[in-house]
Design a protein around this ligand. Structure first.
Ligand code: HEM
Ligand code: HEM
Length: 170
């Protein structure tokens, strides 16, 4: 069976772990952004790891163009799989960009990551709220796409007995 390169495989699994950590960790533990003022420390780790996830996405988008193009699925499945992958990349981008917009506009990043004075945090203005909503919705779409991806891999393996996981392993 043809395989993805070792570099791409490593990136897939590191990125998967980081995204799951962000999605599960933030859904369970991250408080809502304070309306006016409040403790911004809980956001520090999320922002730093979120930015790492964006850099990993960019590396992946660059590397994917050099990976082999597999033809394993029949045509209708091929289109579904391709769009699932494309949408995963796109939605990670929207999630990351909306997070950065929120942090930039409200000065959350300056305060929580770089230790600037709390008073420069501008609170949850309408624009910040808009990006928070985009961030929230896109994370839910991402969870659904990842669930489809994992269920798809498992079902395909059971139905066809082709171990596609080997393509994404070292
Ligand atoms: C956060 C979790 C995950 C994300 C975001 C993710 C994302 C992706 C993406 C975007 C691709 C396409 C690579 C390309 O562009 O060609 C891919 C391929 C693949 N992933 Fe995942 N993945 C995740 C978790 C998993 C898990 C848990 C499994 C194991 C069940 C898995 C198995 C695979 C396999 C086997 C492929 C190759 C499929 C093929 O070539 O058709 N992934 N993944
Ligand atoms: C692609 C990477 C990212 C993922 C998967 C992710 C995921 C999440 C999730 C699941 C939540 C909780 C949503 C909710 O339950 O309402 C959240 C909230 C939040 N995220 Fe991210 N995030 C990412 C990147 C970022 C980045 C880069 C920043 C900032 C630079 C950021 C800033 C925030 C903030 C401020 C909140 C709280 C929003 C609110 O009060 O509604 N995130 N994120």
């Amino acid at each position: 069976m043809e395989k993805y390169s070792k570099k791409f495989v490593a990136l897939h699994w590191i990125h998967a772990l980081i995204l799951l950590f962000l999605l599960i960790g933030a859904s369970l533990n991250l408080p809502d952004l304070p309306e006016v003022s409040g403790d911004l420390k809980p956001f520090k780790m999320h922002i730093i790891i979120g930015v790492v996830a964006i850099f990993l996405l960019i590396s992946r988008l660059i590397l994917v163009t050099k990976e082999p193009k597999f033809k394993l699925y029949d045509n209708s499945k091929e289109i579904l799989v391709k769009w699932n992958h494309r949408l995963i990349y796109l939605v990670i981008l929207i999630t990351g960009a909306s997070g950065i917009a929120m942090a930039k506009i409200s000065n959350l990043g300056e305060v929580a990551v770089f230790g600037a004075e709390q008073k420069i945090y501008s609170g949850k203005s309408d624009t910040v709220e808009l990006f928070a909503n985009i961030h929230d919705i896109s994370t839910k779409i991402l969870i659904a796409l990842i669930a489809m991806h994992i269920i798809g891999v498992v079902l395909y393996t059971i139905q066809t007995k082709k171990k596609i996981i080997k393509r994404m392993w070292f």
